[in-house]
Design a protein around this ligand. Structure first.
Ligand code: HEM
Length: 486
């Protein structure tokens, strides 16, 4: 027996090819429930896309602990060598809308949801160890400057570089973005970073500041500007296709997780502010410690249900892991779940991709649009005399020591901190050929700017990072701008 097509209420559909009409030529009938339901549902297929990172690809897999880090954190899923935890990972580009091209110069998102037995742990990072800004108050301005202009309706080089002209701390991330790793060949061929500093705390209550590094086991592969233009012309969805097809072929991508650790007492005197997201901790200061292996081995069955509706929040921690005072991170602790309540609704945490898998959520939150209310008849207030879920009295993370007066402060600078030193270090690390490509990429972009003052302010940042870097870029930009005029 072939399966019968039904309406949403389960009644059999007699005809899915012809609408019901008043006679063969006649107008259509309002009583055609199947037609009305089909058109009405189609009108409601789209939901708000993510305000950033709208275009992405996801897959399931697992994390396996290969090295003992239990002396640094009491997180159960990192508790012993060999322990495996199911996970979902969503990669993304940042600036483009839902239908935008994959192979573009843009940071890539690297968001992992670990379904641990102590709740879901979300690590929402990028493929870059640093970011453009230090204060979440600037995030909407930054993103506005990189997306379409309200009047012209297109991305404007003037806006992109005007923001950076007023944001000298961006010089480090710009150097990264316009360098060789700025356009990954695929999501499989790039690293992931937690970027922020987080807190780990062990059974004894000893806390460490920690940075995460996921190193690709496929090797880093990137595209230069010419190759990327070719890829985009041939296949707008190159990253999605590559990831999906690799997993379907059984070629499972993997990453090795390392962390950098800093005992909490060292933070105050470290030469860089360890909570400044525009800075790295040089590996010579804090070497990489191996933790385990992340493997992706299963494609989602349905992209909308599982990728579009996936929701990651940097505020989803588990015992043994917590936030740092990094102001950017603090802003993000609010922003994500708020965005998801708007984008997906207040009950998005009950969707299969977002719900805990190795434990059950037991809250007193109820109702709202599309509530499943899994707690059923259970009491909806706490405390109660009916054996309802109760608090543990055990904080997830260690307390952080604070001092000072409330106010609006710039991010504090440590002895070696300025906005340019690490950008210069990155430039000086590059081979001559890499420097050449970096200068060409930057000059090509900066030469699109129409206003001299915006160009000059930006050039001053690169001069401050490294005199050679600034001089070569200035010469290249001047050449291109003069050629444009003639
Ligand atoms: C204060 C700065 C930031 C704010 C306010 C912010 C805000 C947001 C918002 C509202 C979303 C959409 C969430 C959703 O609709 O589900 C998002 C997505 C995302 N952000 Fe941020 N963001 C910030 C900085 C960062 C940084 C520094 C990183 C990486 C280190 C990052 C990585 C991501 C990723 C990977 C996604 C996509 C997550 C997914 O795949 O669903 N963001 N961000």
């Amino acid at each position: 027996m072939p399966k019968i097509l039904t309406t949403e209420s389960g009644a059999p559909v007699a005809d899915n090819q012809n609408s019901a009409s008043a006679g063969a030529y006649g107008p259509l009938l309002v009583q055609d429930q199947h037609l009305l339901e089909k058109l009405a549902r189609f009108n409601r297929e789209r939901i708000p896309e993510r305000v950033v990172h709208a275009r992405g690809s996801g897959a399931y897999g697992y994390f396996e602990v290969t090295d003992d880090v239990s002396r640094y954190t009491r997180a159960a899923f990192l508790g012993e060598v060999g322990r495996r935890t199911e996970l979902f990972l969503r990669f993304s580009t940042v600036a483009g809308n839902l239908g935008s091209n994959d192979a573009v110069r843009d940071p890539r998102g690297f968001a992992v949801k670990f379904y641990t037995e102590e709740g879901n742990y979300d690590l929402v990072g990028n493929n870059t160890p640093v970011f453009f800004i230090k204060d979440p108050l600037k995030f909407p301005d930054f993103i506005h400057s990189q997306k379409r202009d309200p009047f012209t309706g297109v991305q404007e080089a003037d806006n992109v570089w005007d923001f950076w002209a007023h944001s000298p701390a961006s010089t480090h991330q710009i150097t990264w973005l316009f360098g060789d790793r700025g356009i990954p060949a695929s999501y499989r061929h790039m690293n992931g970073y937690g970027s922020h500093t987080y807190q780990w705390v062990n059974e004894q209550g000893e806390a460490y500041w920690v940075k995460y590094h996921f190193k690709t086991n496929q090797g880093i592969r990137s595209l230069d500007a010419g190759q990327a233009a070719e890829v985009v012309g041939g296949d707008a969805d190159s990253h999605q296709r590559d990831l999906h097809q690799a997993i379907e072929r059984g070629v499972f991508p993997s990453w090795t997780l390392y962390v950098q650790l800093m005992p909490v007492a060292e933070a105050a005197d470290y030469r860089f502010n360890p909570f400044d997201l525009t800075k790295v901790w040089p590996h010579a200061d804090h070497p990489l410690v191996k933790v385990g292996r992340l493997v992706l081995n299963r494609n989602p069955e349905n992209v909308f249900a599982e990728v579009e509706q996936s929701a990651f929040s940097p505020n989803n921690f588990v015992p043994g892991i917590g936030p740092s005072p990094d102001k950017m991170l603090q802003g993000r602790l609010f922003a994500y779940a708020d965005a998801q309540r708007y984008r997906l609704g207040v009950n998005h945490t009950q969707l299969p991709v977002n719900a805990p898998r190795a434990t059950e959520a037991a809250t007193y939150g109820r109702d709202g649009f599309s509530a499943l209310n899994p707690a059923g008849r259970a009491k909806n207030y706490e405390p109660n005399s009916y054996d309802g879920p109760a608090q543990t009295d055990a904080a997830l993370a260690a307390p952080a020591e604070l001092s000072g007066w409330t106010g609006t402060y710039p991010t504090p600078a440590h002895t070696k901190d300025d906005d340019f030193f690490q950008a210069g270090e990155l430039y000086r690390l590059m081979s001559e050929a890499e420097r050449g490509r970096l200068i060409a990429n930057l000059a090509g972009a900066l030469a699109q700017v129409t206003r001299d003052d915006i160009v000059e302010r930006n050039l001053a940042h690169f001069h401050a990072a490294d005199e050679e870097y600034g001089a070569r870029l200035e010469a290249a930009v001047t050449r291109l701008r003069t050629a444009d005029e003639s």
